[in-house]
Structure formats: C-alpha cells, structure tokens
Design a protein around this ligand. Structure first.
Ligand SMILES: [Zn+2]
Ligand SMILES: [Zn+2]
Ligand SMILES: [Zn+2]
Length: 185
C-alpha cells in the first residue's frame, strides 16, 4: 500500500490505520517488526506509516540512505532493555522506562504511545554486548534530553537534531544494537 493510499484511509477514519503496525512474527519467541528507518536529519530511529510525521528539523522525517531496521517486540523475550515505544506524535522510537515522556517534536506534552488509530507495541532493545547476533548495527544511543534512540557513531553531541531546546545528549547511554533486515521499498 502506498503512502498516499494509506493516508487516505487514515483520513477516512477506517480501522485500517492499525495497518501502520504490521508485526511479523517468525516464531512466537522472536517476534520482530520490520520497516523502521534512520532519519538523516534528526538522527532518530522512526517508523513510517502514520499520517503525521514531525521531524525536529521541520517537515517530515527522511528515510533517504536508511537501512531496513528490525525491532523486537518486548513480549518476545530474550536479551535487551524493555519499555521502548513508538511515538504516535513524532513517529520516533523512544524509551519510557523512567516514567517521563521526554521532548517531542510532534506535541507539547511529550511522546505519546497511542493515536491515529494506533497503539504502540512495547519493544525490547538489544545492546552491542548482549544480543542474539545476525546482521546488525551498533552505536545507537539514548538521548537523555528527548528520550529518543539516535544513531551516533561519532560519540559527540553534534549529531542530528533534538526536539528539546538543546542538542542530543547521549553521553550516559548504553551502546545499543539494531538488527538489519533486507532492504525493502
Ligand atoms: Zn527526523
Ligand atoms: Zn514524539
Ligand atoms: Zn535528543
């Protein structure tokens, strides 16, 4: 389904909006969701499929140059940190494990886990030192200002754009690792 058709369905108020969350489950123990993208503008991990995207740079997030990232569903178990979510305001991948909603480019009250007919699954994020292998990419970091996962291979705070009043701050983050799937359009 193309983006325009999906958007039209969403605007028509149909329950097909839930199609933005297509969970592929190879086995019950290792449920993963494909199609997550890196935004080269803000450096965040984000998921296309909702009608409203809000990049901190302005306009929508970009998927140009991105791989096809896979994210594990929390209930699948295995290694990794629980409590990650999809924000239905800005479409970024964010952590709510500390009870705060962070800073969101899509709304003044912070990140949101329901909206547009979608309720975010709970996700589990592996680290570079504790993962189930396969094709993947490390140097993904948690920003303590906006609470979003950003790719930061340089280790400086100059990467991307943060939804807070400051730059991304990944200095206290673990080194997270995302699995990479085959490219898909
Ligand atoms: Zn962006
Ligand atoms: Zn958000
Ligand atoms: Zn940030």
């Amino acid at each position: 389904m193309g983006l325009n058709r999906r958007r039209a369905l969403l605007l028509a108020g149909t329950s097909a909006a839930v199609a933005g969350i297509d969970v592929a489950a190879p086995t019950p123990a290792q449920a993963v969701q494909t199609g997550w993208r890196w935004c080269r503008q803000c450096a965040s991990l984000w998921r296309p499929g909702l009608p409203y995207t809000a990049c901190p740079v302005g306009g929508g997030h970009s998927s140009v140059g991105s791989g096809n990232y896979l994210v594990k569903v929390e209930a699948g178990g295995g290694p990794g940190q629980a409590q990650w979510r999809l924000c239905t305001n800005c479409q970024a991948f964010w952590w709510r494990g500390n009870g705060h909603t962070g800073r969101c480019s899509g709304g003044p009250l912070g990140h949101n886990e329901s909206g547009w007919g979608t309720i975010s699954p709970r996700y589990r994020l592996e680290t570079a030192s504790n993962n189930t292998g396969g094709n993947g990419q490390s140097d993904w970091k948690y920003c303590s200002n906006c609470h979003v996962l950003v790719h930061n291979p340089t280790g400086t705070n100059a990467v991307g754009r943060c939804a807070s009043l400051w730059t991304h701050d990944t200095g206290d983050s673990r080194n997270y690792r995302l699995k990479l799937g085959p490219p898909r359009s």
